[in-house]
Design a protein around this ligand. Structure first.
Ligand code: NAD
Length: 404
């Protein structure tokens, strides 16, 4: 099937590369000219495991362009442009601008919205373009996006005429739910909001553990997670959720519910707790140390999670800003992020650690749990992502560890 992908970011590029590597001829369009040039050189503009390999394998099936007219032969076009919030409400300007361009060259194609959009958006896009609009929300996680696209837990497809889209994803062998556009749109928000609630919930249980001797939130989470009704995923206590999705999607769905006169206070509470998480933990560290002023701190991990270089809404960057405001002298190490002007970045983990008196884990990279723990000797360790084994490393503050 001839496939177009509009918006070649974390979602669009992975979609394009995976579908091309499955033998579909794919045309990827993006307004960012420098991104297109990088892609034409066969490189991904960002770090995502397995992505470069898929792009290389699919080279003969995939073309990249900033020219929408190249989409004219496509039967199905995936829309993967950003859907940020403006004034706490979803901003559809990119979705509408891209849809408007697509209809000029490819009005007979199926227009498939992969971007996260609120219920009613597919209907609006259909009114604007006159096209068959299908909702096919994306559930991949950065860091495992290629795997998640090839082997998703489920595929959700909303719309009246969905056969071509269903056929495209059949290769995954995953369960496919076919439903209305509105259900598909809401499934995405309900899922992200639920996962955000799960994270804030376990972080509150972690706070409780810290008041109860002989407790450890990781053990509590394991005991909860083995119950299939609860599940183990997203029960890892830490610094709270960040990234380009959960913070914006929870706020967007909350304001959407308010507009509808509906109480979504569980989600509001998860958002509020998450917003306070970084300042709360910095305060805890300051209590522990007496003062952060003048302290040499090494922060391990900069991206919003492991296995990605995406810094959007990174809790690590927030904690660094907060530490600096408290007078700390901050250095950082990250396995893939390089060159941030405002941060003193090391390209060697052990050098970063040895130049500091305090070590903070801010992202769960395996590189950190694998380190030779002898380099932590004599350092104050604040394990905010629970990377280290508390039996092997002396921890000054480990999220969710009850003090004896
Ligand atoms: N990042 C994720 O892990 C993830 C997961 C699930 C869903 N989503 C959703 O998918 C959507 C895209 O997210 P992303 O993280 O891939 O975004 P991104 O910022 O990484 O990429 C978006 C791309 O769209 C391009 N673009 C913007 N306007 C355009 C236009 N008019 N025409 C063509 N290209 C245009 C940008 O240049 C950019 O390359 C969002 O709605 C997001 O909420 C993201």
């Amino acid at each position: 099937m001839r496939i177009g992908v509009v918006g070649l970011g974390y979602v669009g590029l992975v979609t394009a590369a995976v579908l091309a590597s499955r033998g579909n001829p794919v045309t990827g369009v993006d307004v960012d000219v420098s991104r297109i040039q990088t892609l034409k050189r066969g490189k991904s503009p960002f770090f995502e495991p397995q992505l470069d390999e898929r792009i290389r394998n699919a080279r003969s099936n995939i073309e990249f362009s900033e020219d929408y007219s190249k989409l004219s032969n496509c039967e199905v076009i995936f829309l993967c442009v950003p859907t940020p919030n403006t004034d706490n409400r979803i901003d559809l300007r990119y979705v509408m601008a891209a849809s408007d361009e697509i209809k000029k060259y490819s009005a007979s194609a199926d227009l498939v919205i992969k971007s996260t959009v609120l219920p009613g958006t597919a209907r609006k896009v259909s009114e604007l373009t006159g096209m068959n609009v299908v909702s096919n929300p994306e559930f991949t996680r950065e860091g495992s996006a290629v795997h998640d696209t090839e082997k998703p837990d489920r595929i959700v497809i909303g719309g009246k005429y969905v056969e071509r889209v269903r056929k495209i994803w059949e290769f995954t062998g995953s369960p496919i739910i076919v439903t209305t556009n509105e259900n598909a749109e809401l499934i995405k928000y309900a899922s992200n909001a639920f996962l955000a609630v799960k994270i804030s919930f376990i972080n509150q249980i972690a706070d409780l553990c810290e008041r109860i001797p002989e407790t450890d939130v990781n053990v509590v989470a394991e005991g909860m997670g083995l119950d299939r009704r609860i599940g183990r995923e997203f029960l890892k206590a830490g610094l709270g959720y960040g990234g380009s999705c959960f913070p914006k999607d929870t706020v967007a769905v909350s304001s959407f519910a308010k507009q509808m006169g509906v109480d979504l206070s569980i989600v509001d509470s998860a958002i509020q707790y998450n917003d306070n998480r970084v300042p709360f933990l910095v305060e805890r560290m300051e209590e522990n140390l007496g003062t952060l002023n003048g302290k040499r701190v090494c922060v391990l991990g900069l991206s919003f999670k492991d296995n990605t270089d995406d810094l959007r809404e990174s809790r690590s960057l927030m904690i660094i800003e907060n530490l600096k405001r408290h007078g700390a002298i901050v250095k950082a190490y990250d396995p893939v992020v390089r060159n941030i002007d405002t941060i003193d970045l090391y390209d060697d983990l052990s050098k970063c650690v040895s130049a500091s008196e305090i070590v903070i884990t801010a992202t769960e990279w395996k590189d950190f749990s694998d380190i030779d723990t002898s380099i932590l000797k004599g350092k104050k360790v604040f394990d905010l992502r629970r990377v280290f084994d508390p039996k092997k490393v002396e921890i000054a503050l480990g999220v969710g560890i009850g003090k004896n």
